[in-house]
Design a protein around this ligand. Structure first.
Ligand code: ATP
Ligand code: MG
Length: 417
């Protein structure tokens, strides 16, 4: 028997309702912050991610689904969407439109990782990007907006972590200093850190290996090495968050190992998620446009939320959202069948969830009970001949007859009780 590919999964009802709920909450929050949806292709040229995510990263190094197309070109299933959004921004010259471009996306991403709880090979992200300005107000607004989405989905007990990683003016000197310190201590660290100490020293700060933590504590902090512009930028982000009453923790070790990440970085974690506890991550990427070959400068800031993890965190707390179900059934002949089909159509038109069910009445009622239906409408021969139908309240087990013309009123009355 063929099964779903490892690391992918089917999202079945009723869980799919939670996904829809989370997505519609996110869409509504995005709308109020004046973000509009962008849908980019799932397939992109491999070079976009190699440059836009960075060859040094785990994503590009070992997690991408890359294949050769029939014409020899190299394509990749998107592992994230920021690079695609930026490509679209430049390709369609969105910089020429007025104002900061505020875009959001919702959709699947693909990374060939080891499958575990909260980590899949096809997973979903909800993300927002504000492109076209360096203003720290946008950094704060993006954080504010992502917190609103989590809150509106009913999540509590999350933690906002922020940092600044400086810019191309102040970071190189810090990286040099870090390299010097690492030359002394790296041999005592994990193999990944030994490699990073040379190739990407910033990433050492982000190492999760417990044994390395005491050593990392002794390394210099980027926050002591920001130039005045970056320090001022970070101070404004913090002041706006304070003003909004958003609590956060400054984590000087929260870094991104890529050159185009500048200034603000942030993450939101949730304790209920176990070891994969990051619900979302974001930051400012002022050099991204240039790194994917653009001559147009496009500073931006954004976040990306792991929808699988968000759903996992709120799933238990959501109450049943399904509306009441009406089962419409009929006895024999085409006239009763037509009456049932018309009755269901009338109810659906009025927004009432209805299903036409055929078969012996006893069986129909059995299934109706299992489906938790609230009401049954029965179109029998005699009733149809006299312009009536029967209704049965499946909770109270009461049955009565009404004129067909009163169907909607009667059903509404019963459902509202
Ligand atoms: P992690 O440290 O968990 O690997 P990451 O740094 O690779 O995260 P990002 O690229 O920043 O993750 O993606 C943003 C968010 O997307 C993460 O915080 C997480 O919630 C979610 N995410 C990333 N990879 C996966 C995955 N394989 N399965 C499910 N969710 C994921
Ligand atoms: Mg990862």
């Amino acid at each position: 028997m063929i099964k779903a590919v490892k690391g992918t999964r089917d999202i079945l009802p009723p869980a799919s309702a939670v996904w829809n709920h989370v997505e519609s909450v996110a869409r509504e929050i995005f709308r109020t912050y004046n973000y509009h949806e962008i849908r980019t292709p799932i397939l992109e040229e491999t070079a976009l991610f190699a440059r836009g995510v960075g060859a040094e990263t785990d994503i590009v190094g070992k997690e991408m689904y890359t294949f050769e197309d029939r014409d020899g070109s190299s394509l990749t299933l998107r592992p994230e969407a920021t690079a695609s959004v930026m490509r679209a921004y430049i390709e369609h010259r969105l910089d020429q439109l007025p104002g900061v471009k505020k875009l959001y996306y919702i959709g699947p991403m693909f990374r060939r990782e080891r499958q575990q709880k909260g980590r899949y090979r096809q997973f979903y992200q909800i993300g927002g990007e504000a492109i076209g300005s360096e203003s720290p107000l946008l950094d704060a607004e993006v954080i504010d907006m992502s917190v609103e989405i989590l809150k509106s989905c009913g999540l509590t007990g999350y933690q906002v972590l922020i940092n600044s990683v400086g810019c191309s003016n102040c970071r190189p000197a810090f990286v040099e200093l870090l390299k010097e310190k690492l030359a002394e201590v790296a041999p005592k660290m994990c193999v990944d850190c030994q490699r990073r100490a040379v190739t990407n020293p910033l990433r050492v700060l982000d190492c999760k290996v417990p044994e390395d933590q005491p050593i990392i504590e002794t390394l210099p902090s980027i926050l002591d090495h920001l130039d005045p512009v970056c320090a001022g930028h970070f101070a404004t982000v913090r002041r706006v968050l304070d003003h909004r009453g958003i609590s956060y923790e400054v984590r000087p070790r929260l870094v991104r190992g890529l050159d185009y990440y500048m200034r603000t970085t942030f993450e939101i974690t949730h304790s209920g998620l176990g070891s994969q506890n990051t619900v979302l991550a974001g930051g400012r990427y002022d050099g991204l446009a240039e790194s994917i070959g653009s001559k147009i400068s496009a500073p931006g800031v954004g976040f990306s939320m792991g929808e699988d993890r968000l759903v996992m965190s709120v799933e238990g707390s959501l109450t049943e959202t399904d509306s009441p179900l009406v089962i419409v059934t009929f006895t024999e002949g085409e006239a009763t069948r037509n009456a049932a089909i018309s009755a269901a159509a009338e109810l659906r038109c009025a927004g009432i969830r209805s299903e036409v069910s055929e078969g012996k009445l006893k069986k129909v009622f059995e299934i109706a009970n299992k489906l938790n239906a609230r009401l049954a409408v029965i179109c029998g021969e005699n009733e149809v001949a006299s312009g009536t139908l029967s209704l049965k309240d499946l909770v109270k087990q009461e049955q009565w007859t009404a004129a067909s013309s009163e169907l909607l009123d009667q059903v509404k009355k019963c459902l509202n009780k």
